[in-house]
Ligand binder design. Structure first.
Ligand code: SF4
Length: 405
């Protein structure tokens, strides 16, 4: 028998947690038992049966100790394959434009003023949607709008896609949802009415760069006209109309302190509308100071929760296999306004970096075998990385826990 490669031991309060990332099981160990486990692991884990038979039996039954002939790397490969090659779901993201009404300092995109999806590309996208929907294996289709700011030309190049998408989904009896990653400034009653008339509730991710003036320093219309209160009001309208909004708070060590006040701005909403909001703290990735502002994040999350709102702090997601990124999946693509195709939205969207293009018949033509190369990259020569890749953990996904003495 051998000690599973997916086990990790970390201090947890006055105990230690033994977590197996593959099984998604965690048990809490008294320090003495942790010492025994570590010692017997070094000697050869099979010896644990003589020292603590019950504990050994338990670890075997729950795959913390596995048979020597089990190839754990193959287990991951199989799991990754099942998840990333699944044909049941498709994630299609559209950039109607890569122009934007803001100029956030940390934005990695190259904004092109004249960028706008024209009728020709809209038609290609609609043909692609038709083709995807006809696949019998497909159960769910997520249509996302990104950018730039996807609402800049909503009527001209987003409505013609959605007007086509919904009947096609209904015709082929597919579950679907529609999402927008938007700065939220251009949302208005007409926009909300459009979806209410269609009886569709899209979901949103809308970012705030801190509270009030801090936000306005990053996202402003003119030097004297910010955007904070307009965006807050727009988020409220969406939530009150039953639409889910992830309010992403982009924080730095400079704007974090008073972000709890954002909770006050939503606190007067009805309870049902509050349930449509998730206030989600993310540190701006370029803000890399080593500090302990996590304490302030946790405090602000708590203060916002006290207002009856749902809030959390997002950090590293350990579930990189089961919760793998959309870009790792075969059934995902990002279509830029000009028909260039990418796998991931974290790109500058320059044509020289594209992975393919959308042809006149609505087929995605992956160039230089880019799709296959990406799908296989995870299983390259350094395949042991896969074990480490899967090995990182956090307790948010625990589905099982037990304390052993
Ligand atoms: S709102 Fe979004 S797309 Fe526009 S500049 Fe800011 S980060 Fe970039």
């Amino acid at each position: 028998m051998k000690y599973s490669q997916f086990n990790s031991i970390i201090p947890y309060g006055d105990k230690f947690a033994l977590y197996n990332t593959f099984e998604r099981k965690v048990i809490f160990l008294e320090p003495k038992l942790k010492d025994i486990l570590v010692e017997e692991k070094q000697k050869g884990i099979g010896n644990l049966i003589n020292v603590h038979p019950d504990f050994y039996k338990y670890l075997v039954e729950n795959n913390f100790i596995v048979n020597d002939n089990i190839n754990e790397l193959e287990k991951i490969k199989k799991l990754v394959y099942e998840i990333d090659e699944s044909r049941k779901k498709y994630d299609l993201t559209i950039n109607p434009t890569i122009n934007c009404n803001f100029r956030c300092w940390y934005c990695y995109e190259t904004h092109i003023k004249q960028s706008k999806m024209d009728t020709n590309i809209v038609n290609r996208v609609n043909k692609l949607i038709q083709k995807i929907a006809q696949n019998k294996e497909l159960k769910e289709f997520t249509l996302g709008f990104f950018g730039g700011e996807p609402l800049l030309y909503f009527e001209k190049n987003v409505i013609p896609i959605i007007d086509e998408f919904i009947p096609v989904m209904n015709k082929f009896n597919k579950k679907f949802d529609i999402g927008f990653t938007t700065n939220g400034y251009l949302i208005n009653d007409k926009f909300i009415d459009y979806f209410n008339k269609k009886q569709v509730k899209p979901h949103f991710q809308i970012t705030l760069d801190g509270y009030g003036e801090n936000h306005d320093k990053v996202r402003f219309i003119t030097q004297t006209k910010g955007s904070y209160f307009t965006i807050i009001n727009n988020i409220k309208k969406l939530a009150e109309n039953g639409m889910f909004v992830r309010v992403r708070i982009n924080y730095t060590d400079e704007n974090l302190e008073d972000t709890y006040k954002i909770g006050n701005d939503f606190s007067i909403m009805e309870n049902f509308a509050k349930q449509n909001l998730l206030i989600d703290f993310h540190r701006v990735w370029q803000n890399t100071k080593i500090d302990d502002i996590n304490i302030v994040v946790d405090r602000n999350v708590e203060l916002i929760r006290k207002k009856g709102l749902i809030a959390k702090s997002s950090s590293y997601n350990p579930e990189t296999v089961r919760g793998s990124c959309y870009a790792d999946k075969r059934n995902s693509a990002v279509i830029n306004y000009n028909g260039d195709v990418f796998k991931c939205t974290a790109r500058d969207f320059k044509t020289e970096h594209r992975e393919g293009f959308l042809d006149e018949n609505g087929n995605i033509i992956w160039e230089n075998n880019s799709l296959e190369r990406r799908m296989n990259a995870k299983f390259g020569s350094v395949s042991n990385c896969m074990v480490n890749y899967f090995h990182k953990f956090r307790f948010c996904n625990k589905i099982f826990q037990y304390t052993f003495q």
